[in-house]
Write a new protein. Structure first.
Lengths: 701, 103
């Protein structure tokens, strides 16, 4: 066992250690906290590179190399619960992505949060998040994964509600936590079911793990009462956890509200890493999801994976539709994230681990880039977040514009040069070849059209035209950090180098990452499968790849063109004028702007039922449980009253009577001793006479 | 009735009178007198038993009586001293009032 596999635990432990130390630091030790966080993340990145190198060296032999390190953790009776970590190609790529993107965002945050007084707390929470996320990635045990999963949820709550004095932020944090909790409950039930059937929660354990062949065969055969195989049931429950964490419909409602947190948080947690944890989970338990009894069935035709695909496809289109009508720059990106997560799930469902994970990796880079760019825009516009009040920023913030444009084109999937094209294409190609139905393919294509459309809309609103910034726009509704020294100059300005450097690096990756996933050199796919990768242009000529590439290119150009038609031809002049689409179809636009009224629906049903339930519980608590407690206490009081009465009216007088008798007796006897000698002598005389008489009488006898 | 019996009756009577006086008189001096009377009755008993006993010529009875009178005299002196001391303390000779030792 090489040192890196044994010491893989260091990768999450270093940020955790940084978080612990930062928690003890004072608020004014900013440099300490930031350097701890960035330093530990940098070290974790280096270790991740070592792990990646190790995996590279030991791959390419046909089977993906999985190295594990398991240890017994908790003993109950004669059983041991074991935990462990693992290193395989999937882990390695996720580690690199999380540590690298995390490092860049940490560096960005030193600039973005420079004016915030809770700087140290921010970096403490960020480090804790990084530790938890890395724990999720390396976990070999579903239990360890779940523990770190919950910790990720906690840190997400802490970071969304970072500016907790703002009621909207506190409410958003609560909403995020509760919504993901619903998914986590199903996840936990799945874990318990899996443990009861498989006897272990370790993924890989020399043949005895729950993702290994023998256990999977056992799980396929067992059926529940409704005829569903145990493997399907467990897989669906675990997927429910992913639905919550990755914001799939119907549990997507927390992601847009989570934009109340600072922008680096949105970039790291709600674009690149935490929401990707759900997708990663599905990829991790893919053997369970794709386990089937038949020999000739494709892996993507199991019930569990069908559910994953449908939910992914529906989410992709649903969220893209909503994003068309949003006005907050971060909300658009949030719904875009939800939509892209739907794509990833769809990719996992129709095409397998490599397809979904490739999109996850590319998405992490360009979405983080877009969010950080949005943060740069917000920072430069003095905390303005409404795109109707921005404009013309191309002139004022050139670096931000260039990198944002790169990210936008990658997200839309602009042909050939941007990584998003290759990853989305892989998904669409797999969807087109899906044996169950073509509908996800059509939904995915429609979603791609919408993506191009709304991103173009956003870019035209924000960067082109004339500046619509209100001259006195110190909108303090978004953050508390407006103690800028900007003073007189109200015009937007470019962000400092500490913020634009990460943008440039991410943009470079958004473009270059496409290289590892082209059909000519499917390195990513082969790496995850453990096969050697070959460079071969003939890969383009395989079954329908060129057709799909052409089709998706047309879709993207069409979307960009539509966006230009509506928003680019005539520059948008004022902030109050209605949206071009709104003028065309006001009712539909309104429906989309109100997010299909999903939040209101939930409020009227589940939240109201929950309120009713809490009233019932309160009544029960007040009258039934409380009543029982009262009954016991009154009973005891009654007993004590009885005791007191017995004491006062029975025991005490009896005792007093006795004492009085003794006193009277004493008084009587005391009269004998009256101090008069003559009396004593009289008594002696009488007694003597009696004694003599008695003696004589007995003597006579 | 022999002369011995009548002497013994007389001394018994005197003893009883003396006892009654000692036990029932209020004045301390009268109590002393009673005690003297009791002692003298005892003396009379001695003399009677000497005179009417087996050996009247020996002086035994008379020796007894003289010793007894001597002891009685000493004891009367002590008693009187006690009474005087008591009178100086309590200013009364009524022994009913000397009850400070009562319980």
């Amino acid at each position: 066992m090489t040192w890196i596999v044994r010491d893989l635990w260091l990768i999450p432990a270093l940020p955790a250690f940084a978080a612990g130390l930062s928690a003890l630091a004072r608020q004014r030790n900013r440099g300490f906290a930031a350097s701890l966080a960035i330093g530990s993340m940098g070290l974790s990145f280096l270790l991740a590179l070592c792990a990646f190198a190790h995996t590279l060296a030991s791959s390419g032999h046909g089977e993906p190399a999985v190295k594990v390190f398991n240890f017994p953790w908790l003993q109950y009776g004669s059983e041991w619960l074991k935990l462990g970590w693992m290193l395989d190609p999937l882990t390695a790529v996720m580690l690199i992505m999380v540590t690298f993107v995390g490092l860049l965002i940490f560096i960005y945050s030193t600039g973005y949060m420079a004016h915030d007084e809770n700087f140290t707390r921010f970096f403490c929470f960020l480090s804790l998040f990084a530790a938890a996320m890395l724990g999720v990635v390396i976990a070999n045990s579903l239990l360890l994964l779940f523990m770190c999963w919950e910790l990720v949820g906690l840190t997400s709550y802490l970071l969304i509600g970072f500016w907790y004095q703002k009621p909207a932020a506190a409410a958003a944090a609560k909403k995020a936590f509760i919504t993901t909790r619903i998914g986590d409950l199903a996840f936990l039930i799945g874990i318990v079911w899996l443990y009861s059937q498989a006897g272990t929660l370790l993924f890989y354990d020399n043949g005895a793990g729950c993702l290994e062949h023998s256990t999977l065969m056992r799980l396929i055969v067992q059926t529940t009462c409704i005829g569903m195989a145990a493997s399907t049931g467990i897989a669906l429950l675990i997927f429910a956890g992913a639905v919550g964490k990755s914001g799939q419909v119907p549990l997507h409602v927390w992601l847009p509200d989570a934009m109340e947190g600072p922008t680096p948080v949105s970039a790291l947690i709600h674009a690149a890493t935490m929401v990707a944890a759900g997708v990663f989970l599905v990829a991790r338990v893919y053997p369970l999801m794709s386990a089937h009894g038949g020999v000739n069935l494709a892996p993507s035709s199991t019930t569990a994976l069908q559910v994953v695909t449908w939910i992914g496809a529906i989410t992709a289109v649903f969220a893209a539709l909503i994003a068309v009508a949003q006005d907050d720059i971060k909300r658009i990106l949030a719904y875009s994230t939800v939509s892209q997560l739907g794509y990833m799930m769809m990719g996992l469902g129709v095409g397998g681990v490599a397809v979904g994970m490739f999109h996850l990796i590319t998405h992490a880079f360009f979405k983080a880039l877009l969010f950080l760019g949005a943060g740069s825009v917000i920072h430069g516009c003095h905390e303005e977040q409404d795109i109707r009040r921005m404009g013309g920023l191309k002139r004022f913030m050139p670096i931000t514009f260039a990198t944002y444009a790169a990210g936008m084109l990658a997200l839309c999937g602009f042909p050939l040069f941007f990584s998003g094209f290759w990853s989305k294409d892989a998904i669409l190609h797999a969807a087109q070849a899906w044996s169950i139905s073509r509908v996800p393919f059509y939904l995915g294509s429609f979603g791609a059209l919408l993506t191009a459309f709304y991103m173009t809309r956003q870019v035209y609103y924000v960067f082109f035209g004339e500046s619509r910034l209100a001259r006195h726009s110190h909108q303090s509704h978004s953050t508390d950090a407006e103690h800028h020294a900007h003073g007189v100059s109200d015009s937007p300005h470019e962000s400092p180098a500490v913020m634009t450097m990460p943008l440039v690096i991410l943009a470079a990756f958004a473009i270059l990452l496409g290289v590892i996933g082209t059909p000519a050199w499917p390195w990513f796919d082969s790496f995850l499968k453990g096969e050697p990768a070959t460079f071969n242009f003939a890969g383009f000529l395989e079954s329908g790849i060129l057709r799909v590439m052409l089709f998706s290119s047309i879709i993207v150009i069409l979307g960009l063109g539509l966006g230009w038609w509506f928003y680019g031809r005539k520059p948008i002049v004022s902030a109050e004028e209605p949206d071009a689409l709104e003028r065309l179809q006001p009712q539909i636009f309104d429906l989309l702007r109100h997010k299909f009224y999903v939040d209101e629906f939930y409020q009227d049903t589940f939240i109201r039922w929950n309120g009713w339930l809490s009233h019932v519980s309160d009544w029960l608590d007040r009258w039934i449980w409380n009543g029982a407690v009262w009954a016991v206490s009154y009973f005891v009081l009654g007993l004590s009253w009885l005791a007191r009465s017995a004491d006062t009216y029975v025991v005490n007088p009896g005792f007093d009577e006795g004492c009085r008798t003794v006193t009277a007796g004493g008084k009587l006897l005391a009269r004998l001793q009256n101090g008069r000698t003559q009396n004593y002598l009289r008594l002696v005389g009488v007694a003597f006479a009696i004694l003599v008489a008695f003696l004589i009488w007995s003597g006579v006898q | 009735m022999t002369p011995l019996t009548s002497c013994l009756l007389l001394s018994a009577l005197l003893f009883a009178i003396g006892l009654a006086g000692a036990l029932m008189r209020r004045n301390a001096i009268l109590v002393l007198i009673g005690i003297e009377l009791m002692l003298n009755a005892a003396n009379l008993n001695f003399i009677a038993f000497w005179r009417y006993g087996p050996n009247p010529e020996a002086l035994t009875g008379m020796m007894f009586a003289i010793f007894s009178i001597g002891v009685a005299a000493a004891e009367a002196a002590v008693g009187l001293a006690l009474i005087i001391s008591l009178y100086r303390h309590t200013k009364t000779t009524n022994i009913d009032e000397v009850n400070s030792m009562r319980g």
